[in-house]
Design a protein around this ligand. Structure first.
Ligand SMILES: Nc1ncnc2c1ncn2[C@@H]1O[C@H](COP(=O)(O)OP(=O)(O)OP(=O)(O)O)[C@@H](O)[C@H]1O
Length: 250
């Protein structure tokens, strides 16, 4: 294991993955520090989703290192094990339980963490109710705690799902295009929400919406053809001639 992985939260080194000869990930290296939030951008087909799939164990790399918290080789673990280690993933489409209330959705997520057997025997404790209140505050849905999830707006459903992930206390949260389909106000609120979350958890956000990426105010990694094209502030990468060429050449 490489020394540089020590002290990092997530460490990818020279990762490759081909599908039928097509190199979706092609020499990808990326280091995320503990407590860091990072935005990942890149044109369609750049490999963003495949990168998330590799981190979460959905896809195995052909070669390369993928190391969590400086010591765990993620390529040796399956999706369920990686989720249990504290890597949570938010997919683009919200998958809340529509016929349950907002608070019940969070309670179910807390229970899922304990496993099905414990869930059967267990009554929700004061600590768990407190945690639900805390998450409701974080996702700004306290006033809607007794609403059916079905009646929430698209943006509110996304926040609830992020809250359900928080219930599982992830150490790293991967978020895939969270603001697709959101209003401008919801987009701004989502950036604020992720900034609040990033005070206690590391976050990787894949997003096409540059207004949102600017509001996040974090280091940006630009992927192109399966590897890192540029890295730095949004201003720095968006004035980088290589990045401009890739985006204009779409
Ligand atoms: N399971 C698979 N089988 C075959 N090809 C795949 C598979 N998964 C991804 N690819 C290919 O790998 C390339 C990278 O895809 P990926 O979805 O990772 O890009 P992306 O950056 O997430 O793009 P987008 O912004 O459009 O979501 C694409 O050309 C895609 O067709």
């Amino acid at each position: 294991m490489k020394e540089i992985a020590e002290g990092s939260l997530l460490y990818l080194d020279n990762v490759h993955r081909a599908f039928d000869g097509f190199k979706a990930i092609n020499g990808l290296s990326l280091v995320l520090a503990p407590g860091e939030m990072r935005a990942i951008i890149g044109p369609n087909g750049a490999g963003k989703t495949t990168m998330m799939d590799i981190i979460t164990g959905k896809t195995k790399p052909d070669t390369g290192d993928v190391i969590f918290e400086g010591k765990v080789d993620l390529t040796r673990h399956d999706e369920a094990e990686i989720a249990n280690m504290g890597i949570g993933r938010k997919f683009q489409k919200p998958t809340v339980f529509e016929s349950h209330t907002v608070a019940d959705n969070l309670e179910l997520a807390l229970r899922a963490r304990r496993g099905p057997f414990a869930t059967l025997l267990h009554q929700t404790t004061k600590a768990e109710f407190d945690r639900i209140d805390e998450i409701l505050e974080t996702i700004r849905l306290t006033a809607r705690r007794d609403w059916l999830a079905a009646n929430l707006s698209h943006g509110q459903k996304q926040w609830l799902e992020i809250g359900m992930l928080l219930a599982q206390e992830p150490r790293l949260l991967l978020v895939d295009e969270p603001v697709a389909g959101m209003t401008d106000d919801e987009t701004a609120e989502t950036a604020a929400l992720l900034r609040r979350i990033a005070k206690t958890q590391s976050v990787v956000v894949v997003e096409h919406d540059m207004t949102f990426v600017r509001e996040l105010g974090v280091k940006v990694t630009v992927l192109h053809e399966g590897s890192v094209l540029a890295e730095g502030s949004l201003d720095a990468v968006s004035s980088n001639p290589k990045v401009i060429e890739v985006y204009l050449g779409r």
